[in-house]
Write a protein that binds this ligand. Structure first.
Ligand code: ZN
Length: 201
């Protein structure tokens, strides 16, 4: 079993102050959340620096990913090593995820830039049901959406500042291995949790 924060922005996103170094340090220091997905806005450029830094620590793992801005709302592609081909329609992004053994996730469906009920029109793999930046009400509606679509519900902090990193996490029934984790996410071998901020530095 591993614990993962599945939605983090680094300084490779225009609006984040979390450097790859800070992210890696937080994972190293944390006593149980040792996995994080880098999901910058519309770019995978932060992956190589983050993974290079993480490589020094065998007990932590970076999951590659990206958060794609589509006209209908934001989609996370967990496992993505590169951007999907444009145009970034929901359909194209979901197809790209399927063809590349990635996991497509509807990010914060009931917040700004969320897909809302439109998610029901697409064959996505999972719904983000616990987003660290969303209101309780918005997360509750996301839970209900996942239930009605019979899809796994995932958690990610959506951190844009260091103090937000690792504040929520997804517990995954998998070992410390990207492919295993991605498969377990699709199968729904997951549960979502909030972590108290006070245990982080
Ligand atoms: Zn985000």
């Amino acid at each position: 079993m591993i614990r993962a924060d599945l939605h983090i922005h680094t300084t490779y996103s225009d609006d984040s102050t979390v450097t790859p170094k800070t992210l890696v340090e937080k994972l190293v220091a944390h006593n149980s959340i040792k996995v994080a997905a880098v999901t910058d806005h519309d770019t995978v450029n932060g992956l190589s620096e983050t993974r290079k830094l993480a490589a020094a620590y065998p007990d932590i793992l970076i999951i590659p990913g990206v958060e794609i801005s589509t006209a209908e709302g934001d989609l996370l592609v967990l496992g993505a090593e590169e951007n999907p081909p444009k145009p970034w329609t929901v359909e194209n992004v979901v197809d790209f995820a399927r063809e590349n053994a990635c996991v497509s996730v509807v990010a914060h469906p009931y917040r700004e830039y969320g897909m809302g009920d439109l998610a029901m029109n697409y064959k996505v793999d999972a719904i983000e049901v616990l987003n660290g930046e969303s209101s309780q009400q918005a997360n509750k509606r996301a839970h209900e959406l996942a239930k009605s679509m019979r899809l796994p519900g995932l958690a990610g902090s959506d951190a844009h500042t260091p103090s937000e990193v690792l504040t929520v996490y997804t517990e995954v029934q998998a070992d410390l291995d990207v492919d295993e984790i991605l498969k377990a996410l699709k199968k729904g071998l997951v549960s979502v949790h909030s972590a108290p901020r006070s245990i982080h530095f």
